[in-house]
Design a binder for this molecule. Structure first.
Ligand code: C2E
Ligand code: CA
Length: 676
């Protein structure tokens, strides 16, 4: 019977004559063996045999001759020399008379399982050739085997590594917790994957991605642990580079607009939680293009770098500064106390450009204009705030002071008033338009004047007397308070000396000190001032506020102690409004507490105010401090506070702050407080 199966292209079909010569060779045979039809036809089939016959192959002719067809497993050799296992089916072919004319062999290769020794050898060679570092330890955590990649990554040869513990690669950067986890994995707590910083033989640290697993014996005990690791420093470096490209400006190293958005989103989220103000600024450099064109791009680039450095050094760490393109920077300030403060920062940034830049022997002047939008008034999110600061910056007129504008007209009005006030205040210091008023303090025991507080006044040429409530905050913010504070001290000392020279017996004068004046050099300055005016320290007292104490006791206590050692008495002003606690008070060498006027207003009507006033007096008496009740306007208030045990009174009930001549008169007349 003739075989009618048509050989599939992929099927390996070999036709043979009865003596074993190849008469036909299918495409599948070409594929499997690698010989072309022309090479195979005419050859004896033995050329495909491997050296050793497969199982049962010796018997094959008998088998198929006897049974007319059979399947056996055989070993054959490809043109490449590779030996493989295949299943072989042989069918006889007959002609029409039934005479055997040939054979058809069909082969398909079979998966070959490895002998145990081949398997071992293969595993060993996989380990050796792996591009991941492999390190095998024994139960004592000693290294027993490493592969070539291990040596390549770490720099240790097998000889140097084997016998050492895994501490050989320890970088020392991981904390105890992390090391415990890794050790537990090595001891068999379960497979572990993670990133570890390792140390190469050269000492260089490198990040590696590691998997740790263990091998157990039949009893379940850990006999070995192995870690497979790859050096991911290149990956990290690429990631970092990508990160930089996406988020940072190449030229200045500042964040770009993209990262700015992210950072401001975060900052605004926390500002929302704290109900704080924030501000966004667009800063445009002026004349940058002409500098670029006339002096060249290199000078332009260097200028941008230097400008960014000046700006960055002025801002606080938590503020964000970014370069958003060309000659434009953007900045964001978070958790600002007052919206106006952003205007002060803008002023500082503009002032930072006043000094020219020295670049490649060129002296370069550059200016800027700034637009400010304020969160939450102007916008709730980064995009809106940026849009409005962009609008604001375009409205800044060239060469019109102060060079910045808010988005909101109301803020601009306020900024303008402040700007004016600041200018006038500077002027007031030089003219001088400032003067001191004196408000007497009287004893609640005798009714006698026993002191005075010096309070600054500003005699404005147009506006008349400006109250310190209006200009002291501006002075605090602009730093002018330092000059004003000095002026006040000088003036008070000068006055005390005038009284002494005139033979007047005047009580001591207290001056208010701003927290800004309270620095390490204050005691030295005080000594100099007292000496210059020949004023004994007991004629001067200093009033300080609680806001000073937030700086931390360790910073302010030594300064206070120095002042007290000089003989100056310290009074705590506005007591009860801020951070005061008994614990604080005990630490500081304070002799006087001034109960804030806000508690005095409510006594004796308001229960709460009464309770607070009473608590303050009790506390003060325990600490043996003198207690002054400030802002007493009525007899009822006086009676109540005297009853609590206050020592002194200061307030309109006795006298408002008055010019020096009037104060002198009161003392000369020995004017007294009446108790009924
Ligand atoms: P302060 O230190 O709490 O001064 C007491 C303020 O209460 C003074 O206001 C005074 O005029 C006012 N006052 C006194 N008795 C009464 C009263 O019975 N009723 C009412 N309604 N008010 C009374 P002034 O002079 O306007 O000063 C305001 C604040 O300005 C001061 O508060 C102080 O914090 C600051 N200040 C004034 N002069 C100076 C100064 O020379 N240096 C510094 N750093 N701050 C100053
Ligand atoms: Ca005061």
């Amino acid at each position: 019977m003739t075989d009618t199966r048509s050989p599939d292209l992929r099927e390996t079909v070999i036709s043979l004559d009865m003596t074993g010569y190849v008469t036909d060779w299918s495409a599948g045979a070409e594929n499997l063996f690698g010989y072309t039809r022309a090479e195979a036809v005419g050859q004896h089939v033995l050329f495909l045999y491997a050296d050793e016959p497969g199982e049962g192959e010796g018997d094959m002719p008998e088998l198929f001759l006897g049974q007319g067809g059979s399947t056996v497993k055989v070993r054959r050799r490809k043109k490449s020399g590779q030996v493989f296992w295949a299943t072989l089916t042989l069918d006889l072919q007959h002609d029409v008379d039934g005479t055997q004319v040939g054979m058809v062999a069909r082969l398909s290769d079979v998966f070959e399982s490895l002998s145990p020794s081949d398997q071992l050898q293969l595993h060993a060679s996989i380990i050796e050739n792996s591009d991941q570092g492999i390190l095998i330890t024994d139960a004592d955590e000693r290294i027993v085997s490493v592969n070539a990649a291990f040596s390549q990554i770490t720099g240790y040869s097998p000889n140097e590594a084997i016998g050492e513990t895994i501490d050989l690669l320890g970088s020392g950067v991981h904390d105890a917790d992390f090391r415990t986890q890794v050790r537990a994995a090595i001891a068999g707590s379960g497979p572990w994957h993670g990133e570890i910083v390792g140390k190469r033989k050269s000492g260089e640290l490198f990040p590696q991605s590691v998997s740790i697993s263990v091998v157990r014996n039949q009893a379940g005990e850990v006999t070995n642990a192995f870690s497979i690791f790859s050096d991911i420093s290149v990956l990290r470096a690429t990631e970092n580079r990508m990160q930089r490209l996406v988020n940072y400006d190449n030229l200045t190293g500042l964040p770009n607009r993209n990262l700015f958005h992210q950072l401001v989103d975060q900052g605004l989220a926390s500002a929302k939680r704290n109900s704080a103000y924030s501000a966004v600024m667009t800063i445009n450099l002026k004349r940058f293009n002409s500098i670029n064109d006339t002096l060249g791009h290199e000078v332009g680039d260097e200028l941008l770098r230097q400008v960014s450095q000046r700006f960055r050094s002025l801002l606080r760490d938590e503020d964000v500064l970014a370069r958003s393109g060309g000659d434009e920077f953007v900045a964001a300030l978070f958790s600002i106390q007052k919206r106006e403060h952003s205007g002060l920062v803008a002023q500082k940034l503009l002032a930072a450009l006043a000094e020219p830049f020295l670049i490649a022997s060129h002296v370069v002047h550059v200016g800027a204009r700034i637009g400010i939008s304020v969160f939450p008034e102007d916008g709730q999110d980064t995009a809106a705030l940026l849009q409005y600061s962009d609008v604001a910056v375009k409205r800044v007129q060239p060469d019109v002071e102060p060079g910045y504008l808010f988005f909101s007209p109301e803020m601009n009005q306020r900024a303008k008033e402040r700007w004016q006030l600041e200018g006038e205040l500077r002027h007031a210091l030089t003219v001088p338009e400032l003067l001191l008023f004196y408000q007497p303090k009287v004893s609640l025991r005798t009714g006698k004047i026993i002191g005075a507080e010096a309070l600054v006044r500003w005699k404005h040429p147009q506006n008349g007397m400006v109250s310190p409530g209006k200009f002291i905050p501006v002075a605090e913010e602009t730093g002018l308070i330092l000059e004003i504070g000095n002026w006040v001290l000088e003036e008070a000392c000068r006055q005390i000396k005038v009284w002494a020279d005139a033979g007047l017996n005047m009580p001591p004068v207290a001056v208010n000190l701003s927290a800004r004046q309270f620095d390490k050099l204050l005691p030295t300055r005080m000594v100099a001032t007292l000496e210059r005016h020949q004023v004994p320290a007991n004629k001067l007292k200093l009033e300080i506020t609680e806001s000073l104490l937030v700086r931390g006791a360790d910073k302010v206590t030594p300064i206070m102690n120095e002042l007290v050692a000089m003989g100056l008495a310290l009074a705590m002003d506005d007591f009860g409004t801020g951070y005061s606690s008994l614990a604080y008070l005990k630490k500081f060498p304070i002799t006087t507490l001034k109960i804030d006027r806000s508690f005095v207003i409510g006594v004796p009507g308001d229960e709460n105010d009464c309770a607070i006033a009473q608590a303050i007096v009790t506390m003060g008496r325990q600490l043996r401090q003198e207690i002054v009740a400030e802002g007493i306007e009525t007899v009822e208030q006086m009676v109540f506070l005297k009853g609590l045990g206050c020592d002194q009174l200061q307030g309109y009930l006795f006298s408002p702050p008055v010019p020096v001549a009037e104060f002198e008169k009161m003392v000369a007349e020995d004017r007294r407080l009446k108790f009924d």
